[in-house]
Design a protein around this ligand. Structure first.
Ligand SMILES: [Zn+2]
Ligand SMILES: [Zn+2]
Length: 172
């Protein structure tokens, strides 16, 4: 059994929900946020991801996990990723822990219990062979392969951003 990714109509619903969350953050925190780029190109185990790359900020959603758990992802993944974006805009992602107090406060403002996303049953979902791990530097977020991540954990390797030159560190 293979899950079909969400269609254009559902993608529009997700984009609308993302904009609604952004508006709510703007109202509560009295700020103006640029509309964030939304893509549906995320695969694997995560339902959503917030990425900063070469100064470009993107919320990526997993169209397969949204297809399988649409309502749940609308209720949790959308505010979760919007809160990452808003926390970055308000405080700078380098200055805060990804799921720290600032992110949690934004989640509460969105009326959502601040929890990291749950584990979904991935039956029927295309999953990458290798899991990825989130890292960041001064200018970007980075995804490391599992083998590189374990080398960092065992202090056998360190990796540096080839844009700003800073050592990249684990997000959570
Ligand atoms: Zn998160
Ligand atoms: Zn960098």
């Amino acid at each position: 059994m293979f899950i079909k990714p969400i269609d254009k109509n559902q993608q529009q619903q997700v984009c609308d929900a993302t904009s609604d969350c952004l508006k709510r953050v703007e109202t509560v925190f009295q700020i103006k946020l640029e509309p964030v780029t939304v893509t549906f190109d995320l695969t694997g185990r995560s339902a959503g991801m917030y990425r900063v790359q070469r100064g470009k900020r993107t919320i990526r959603y997993n169209p397969y996990l949204f297809a399988k758990y649409f309502d749940d992802n609308m209720a949790t993944t959308v505010p979760h990723e919007v809160a990452h974006y808003a926390a970055d805009m308000l405080y700078g992602f380098q200055h805060i822990r990804p799921h720290g107090a600032e992110w949690q406060a934004i989640m509460r403002a969105l009326g959502v219990e601040p929890r990291a996303t749950g584990q979904y049953d991935l039956t029927g979902i295309p999953v990458r062979r290798q899991q990825r791990f989130s890292y960041y530097c001064r200018c970007s977020t980075h995804q490391l392969s599992a083998s590189r991540h374990y080398k960092v954990c065992r202090k056998k390797a360190a990796y540096f951003c080839n844009r700003c030159g800073e050592r990249i560190v684990r997000s959570e």
